[in-house]
Write a protein that binds this ligand. Structure first.
Ligand code: DOR
Ligand code: ZN
Length: 364
């Protein structure tokens, strides 16, 4: 249970909201760590907050084999701050050439926890993804047999389909038949953005989970155009209408076990974002759990944050909950305008603005 200490005074007629929270240490079930200097720069923020993260494989070249995942895992471990016990949970990037034997090797490895499906062309480094789903059916059958989850970027890529409808169309045209063809396959619909996705996941129970990002909980599509075009709010799936944001907040704060925390923190250097053809991705890691706390507080549902952030994910993946805790305090701080990386800059979510909650030492 979340323990939340209440502020000293209780006003007549109502209990004040908690100003301090203690949570089982959360995990991030969808994260981009990149590689090289960017990995070095972004990993400490995640490792300070989360015990584990499902690490996305969309590097260049993509992480398609267990051997590549093992090498990437070693690079992540080598980049950790000295005393950190953070554990990267690795994934494989599914291609039409992935052999069934790679699934057996993944299961035996003990460190590969899922296989990521990118529809070819859907997003950053997805050109090696899947064009014809039928071609990966033998691989999906092996995953179903071994209980290895399939992690979906749930958008169709047909340029004729309106970008705001691509998730809803994916659900009906790809996901529904896929679940019917593989009734035992565990699936995560990643970074859901619509009321349609919320309803669909709710209707499918145990074998279908969904991650929800903090940026989709905080913002609707107006954030892309507030006073001018805002490339740092551009991500995929793109931000949606307010009614969808509200459906996501209701799902995340409901405590329902199929919804869990996945930041999709996806760093791109400033020049790649502020460009005539800017990259999709929002870098939220430096205040991830703090911003989720903001969302849950605004919804009056702080008591549900621990289920969403720390319990539902391990349950879906068949892993133990973490044994240590983190603490948050309602004390505002200002997110830096940018982080310096070599000669370059990385602009985080909330850059130059106030974050309401602070991560503080856990005093038990
Ligand atoms: O916004 C996004 N950024 N969405 C994705 O699906 C990929 C990610 C990235 O890797 O930059
Ligand atoms: Zn992602």
């Amino acid at each position: 249970m979340t323990s939340a200490s209440h502020s000293a005074s209780h006003s007549a007629g109502g209990t004040q909201a908690p100003t301090r929270l203690r949570l089982i240490r959360p995990d991030d079930w969808h994260l981009h760590l990149r590689d090289g200097v960017l990995l070095q720069a972004v990993l400490p923020a995640t490792a300070a907050r989360f015990a584990r993260a499902i690490v996305m494989p969309n590097l260049q070249p993509p992480v398609t084999t267990v051997a590549m995942a093992a090498a990437y895992r070693e690079r992540i471990l080598a980049a950790l701050p000295p005393a950190s016990t953070f554990q990267p949970l690795m994934t494989l990037y599914l291609t039409e050439a992935t052999p069934v034997t790679e699934i057996q090797a993944a299961v035996q490895s003990g460190f590969v926890h899922g296989v990521k499906f990118y529809p070819a062309g859907a997003t950053t480094n997805s050109e090696n993804g899947v064009r014809d789903l039928r071609r990966v059916y033998p691989v999906l059958a092996a995953m179903e047999k071994h209980g290895l989850p399939l992690l979906l970027h749930g958008e169709v890529t047909d340029p004729e389909v309106d970008i705001f409808d691509r998730e809803a169309v994916f659900i009906e045209s790809v996901l529904r038949p896929l679940l019917a063809d593989f009734p035992g396959l565990k699936v995560v619909l990643e970074h859901i953005t619509t009321a349609e996705a919320v309803d669909f996941v709710r209707a499918h129970g145990e074998r279908l989970g969904a991650t929800i990002t903090v940026h989709h909980l905080l913002h609707n599509r107006n954030a892309l155009f507030r006073g001018g075009i805002r490339p740092h709010h551009y991500c995929l799936p793109v931000l949606k209408r307010e009614r969808h944001r509200q459906a996501l907040v209701a799902a995340a704060t409901s405590g329902a076990p199929e919804f869990f925390l996945g930041t999709d923190s996806a760093p791109h250097l400033r020049g790649q974002k502020e460009s005539a053809c800017g990259c999709a991705g929002i870098y939220s890691a430096p205040a991830a759990i703090e911003l989720y706390a903001e969302v849950f507080a605004a919804a009056g549902a702080l008591e549900q944050l621990e289920a969403f952030a720390s319990r539902n994910g391990p349950r879906f993946y068949g892993l133990p909950e973490n044994s240590d805790h983190i603490a948050l305090e309602l004390r505002p701080w200002t997110m830096p305008e940018f982080l310096s990386i070599g000669g370059d800059e990385l602009v985080p979510l909330r850059a130059g603005e106030s974050v309401a909650w602070s991560l503080v030492p856990d005093e038990g």
